[in-house]
Design a protein around this ligand. Structure first.
Ligand SMILES: Cc1ncc(C[n+]2csc(CCOP(=O)(O)OP(=O)(O)O)c2C)c(N)n1
Ligand SMILES: [Mg+2]
Length: 376
């Protein structure tokens, strides 16, 4: 069977007479849309791969089974798509709209916006940002450079990176997943689960721990039964590589080795880069009470272990001129100034655009959805 559904917008007043196939309906925003549509009298095929989730959704919003019909399907199987459409025709005699409740990463124009200005505006939560301000500093994604997403959850990136590596392996691609996290994430369950699975399945992933000695204010020695984080790799059957995180060449070499291992199908690597933060966990964060580290400690790192200063010296030794380095510094300062100004000048997102970027198709009834949020 071949079929084609013209792109069309659902209008509020015709919802009661429409028949909609809603894919990705079983969870999250998908089930919220199903409820909105059902409350408007729309007849629905709710489709997803999650059979249990779907039937729970359908029976909770329409116990009669007359208006909302669940159909399980696998998005990778064209025959399943056909059967979704034929079920809809058999049950309702028509198909008016296909509405994919797809997640934010699909088909968004993010990939074209990749300079520092777009990213700075994103950090400020502005409309001009790479995710139009919806990602902010904690959930920024930039597919043009392979950033799938950050996570505001400590240790949240580890399973995402492991899943990406699994995906690359299944698809037979030579992509390697690189995951950054802090010493604070190492005691999360996600660290152990991810490293174990990646080692078992020899996934192409590099776990790069930035060990700056503190999780906000709590030191590694206060919280880690084994403060030598690289040693933990042995428990998962993978190499644990300790590297001076203030030395750019050392980090590059360790990462390059790990990429080669990953591409050769040997499996994951844990790299632990010893580093230090000059500022607080968030720049300018006020820490009340007793200081958790001494001014001498901070000053000593600033004076002796600043990676930019160290690399400056390394480049001078390699014959790069002082003048060239000054030119690079000035260029970077200028680019940052421009990016900050771009961020300030960019408007805040408007509430009417709340659901933009979340759906492949225009979202039906989204104004009501937003009005509901405003009431709360
Ligand atoms: C699951 C979870 N627990 C607690 C927090 C609050 N939190 C934010 S950052 C942080 C410490 C993270 O430590 P580390 O990764 O070493 O980051 P650093 O302080 O060095 O920047 C905590 C506990 C969180 N975001 N997520
Ligand atoms: Mg830390």
């Amino acid at each position: 069977m071949t079929w084609h559904l013209a792109e069309s917008k659902l209008s509020e007043d015709s919802l009661a007479s429409q028949v909609v196939i809603l894919t990705g309906a079983a969870g999250g925003i998908g089930s919220a849309i199903a409820r909105v549509l059902h409350s408007r009298g729309t007849r629905l095929i709710v489709a997803d791969f999650d059979e249990g989730g779907l039937s729970k959704l359908a029976s909770s919003i329409d116990p009669t089974g007359q208006q909302v019909v669940p159909v399980t399907y696998d998005a990778n199987n064209p025959a399943d798509a056909d059967s979704v459409v034929s079920t809809c025709l058999a049950r309702f005699g028509q198909v008016d709209h296909l509405v994919p409740a797809a997640a934010i990463f699909e088909d968004q124009p993010f990939a074209t916006m990749s300079d520092s200005q777009w990213r700075m505006a994103e950090l400020m939560g502005k409309e001009g940002g790479i995710c139009k301000g919806r990602g902010g500093s904690m959930h920024l994604a930039d597919r043009s450079v392979g950033i799938i997403s950050e996570s505001g959850i400590v240790g949240g990136g580890l399973p995402l990176a492991t899943g990406c590596a699994f995906s690359a392996k299944v698809r037979g691609l030579d992509q390697v997943s690189l995951c950054f996290f802090g010493d604070g994430a190492v005691n999360q369950g996600t660290f152990h689960e991810s490293l174990n699975m990646a080692s078992l399945w020899k996934l192409p992933v590099i776990y790069l721990c930035e060990n700056n000695g503190y999780a906000v204010t709590v030191s590694v020695s206060q919280t880690h039964g084994q403060p030598d984080i690289a040693l933990r790799a042995a428990g998962f059957g993978m190499p644990g590589v300790k590297v001076d995180g203030q030395d750019l060449d050392a980090v590059f070499e360790a990462t390059e080795m790990a990429v080669k291992r990953a591409r050769a199908g040997i499996g994951p690597t844990l790299i632990v880069a010893g580093t230090y933060r000059f500022d607080e966990h968030n720049a300018g964060l006020a820490i009340p009470g007793e200081p958790y580290r001494s001014t001498e400690e901070i000053e000593s790192y600033k004076r002796n272990r600043d990676p930019i200063v160290l690399y400056h010296s390394a480049l001078l030794k390699r014959g790069v001129s002082e003048e060239r380095l000054r030119g690079i510094d000035l260029g970077v300062i200028e680019a940052i100034k421009e990016a900050v100004q771009f961020g300030f000048d960019s408007p805040l997102p408007q509430i009417e655009t709340l659901s933009d970027c979340m759906f492949n198709s225009p979202l039906i009834g989204h104004n009501n959805f937003i009005a509901g949020l405003e009431r709360k």
